[in-house]
Design a protein around this ligand. Structure first.
Ligand SMILES: Cc1cc2nc3c(=O)[nH]c(=O)nc-3n(C[C@H](O)[C@H](O)[C@H](O)COP(=O)(O)OP(=O)(O)OC[C@H]3O[C@@H](n4cnc5c(N)ncnc54)[C@H](O)[C@@H]3O)c2cc1C
Length: 385
């Protein structure tokens, strides 16, 4: 279906991003998958190309353009022509906004230039070994010592966990309040901040997912984001954008898998004809086409609402839920159409299938998305009982 949200300047931008992904990302994918992470240099190159934090203020090297369609294009082109392990969207859209939108002038001046140039790679650390969905159960603690905080605890499953230079870390600062959480900027090299294992995963092989440990880390007061104790409010403010960016990625990988498979079913022959000539194939491809077009239209609408600051948490959760579930179904069907080849690592569809399994788990599981949408309907257990 024709998409209607893009202007000519977006299409031009898409061409340049595609060329960048084809030249600077795609040639390295196999090596990065073997090494378990991308090269730091790809962030620098993306910075040179102006692909990091387009929304960043001009005085810090950004373009000052607050238009989510540009971010959407970067994600779409990276998923199709680059590498899902190059987590540019985590850097740009999930972590940088904590500094760009919530940071004070001193923090922005200190950190945004490196973030926009790609010298400073970003990560966000919320999940802990004993808690993920239930962030109120967080055990990492920070204690106020006047001019600094002392941070202790452990985080796990952190994307860009090895490459990350600047980590937004959520920690409990008020032991008496379940939501008494604050956000801190923890920098590479701070004493007591250690990386643990780079974790082996089912998919996303070129993405460094790691454990982080904090032992009596002295975090200067100047590295507290916003106000102490307001961390939950800040996380909630960022989640709608995080979930739309996630949904954009899920749609891009599902669309790519569909296109690969459409080519495949036209070529591959069985019983004297292309497998695409069987009614089963035609119907299932048609069903996927229709569902992809519907979901894409919804996501595009969410992007425009986000641009207008009118996207609700429930809308974003619906997009994250439905696009990840659709992506999962599409990947499974596309592997099926590839037959045995679909199970072979050398076929891209096989890797895409395992990469996609995380989509229903991170950035909030499908069950948590249903909780948010359900509560938005007034069906809140705490209020009804
Ligand atoms: C590859 C990867 C990258 C990640 N990157 C990051 C990152 O960069 N930063 C970060 O902080 N975290 C990251 N995570 C963590 C991720 O966000 C969590 O794994 C996710 O939120 C789920 O938390 P959990 O693993 O603790 O599962 P749990 O919360 O233990 O959930 C287990 C199951 O219980 C269900 N469940 C939980 N609560 C409810 C409920 N109320 N109602 C119904 N069902 C429920 C869940 O839906 C799930 O099915 C990453 C994880 C992975 C695997």
């Amino acid at each position: 279906m024709q998409r209607t949200i893009f202007e000519p300047e977006h299409e031009q931008f898409r061409d340049s991003v595609r060329k960048f992904m084809q030249a600077e990302v795609a040639p390295h994918v196999d090596r990065w998958r073997e090494e378990g992470m991308v090269d730091r240099e790809v962030f620098l190159k993306a910075g040179e190309q102006g692909l990091l934090c387009i929304f960043g203020e001009e005085k810090y090297g950004g373009a000052g353009i607050e238009d989510m369609r540009f971010d959407q294009i970067i994600v779409e082109e990276n998923m199709r022509h680059g590498d899902i392990g190059f987590y540019i969207n985590l850097h740009n859209d999930l972590v940088a906004p904590y500094i760009h939108k919530l940071g004070n002038e001193e923090q922005k001046a200190r950190f945004m230039p490196g973030i926009i140039s790609g010298e400073t790679i970003l990560a966000v650390a919320m999940t802990e070994p004993s808690t993920g969905s239930d962030l109120a159960g967080m055990k990492t603690r920070a204690v106020d010592k006047g001019d600094h905080w002392v941070l202790n605890g452990a985080k796990t499953y952190i994307s860009n966990g090895i490459l990350g230079d600047l980590i937004v870390v959520a920690a409990r600062t008020d032991p008496d309040r379940p939501h008494g959480i604050s956000l801190f900027l923890v920098e590479r090299g701070m004493e007591g901040f250690e990386r643990g294992r780079k974790l082996d995963k089912m998919g996303l092989k070129s993405q460094d997912t790691a454990e982080l440990f904090f032992t009596d880390v002295k975090v200067p007061t100047a590295n507290l984001i916003g106000e102490a104790g307001q961390g939950f409010k800040y996380l909630a403010q960022m989640l709608a954008q995080e979930r739309i960016i996630a949904a954009i990625g899920f749609m891009a990988t599902a669309q790519t898998a569909f296109d690969l498979t459409l080519d495949y079913v036209k070529e591959r022959r069985a019983f004297g004809k292309p497998i695409g000539a069987f009614q089963n194939t035609r119907f299932k491809m048609a069903q996927m086409r229709a569902e992809l077009d519907m979901a894409q239209t919804y996501v595009d609408q969410c992007v425009m609402l986000l641009n207008d600051k009118a996207l609700s948490a429930e809308d974003a959760s619906s997009a994250k839920l439905l696009c990840s579930e659709l992506e999962g179904r599409v990947m499974d069907q596309c592997v099926q159409f590839h037959g045995g080849a679909g199970y072979m690592e050398e076929y891209r569809i096989s890797r895409m299938y395992t990469d996609a399994r995380i989509s229903r788990i991170f950035a909030g599981t499908s069950e948590i998305m249903l909780e948010i949408i359900g509560r938005g309907l007034g069906l809140d257990e705490r209020k009804l009982s």
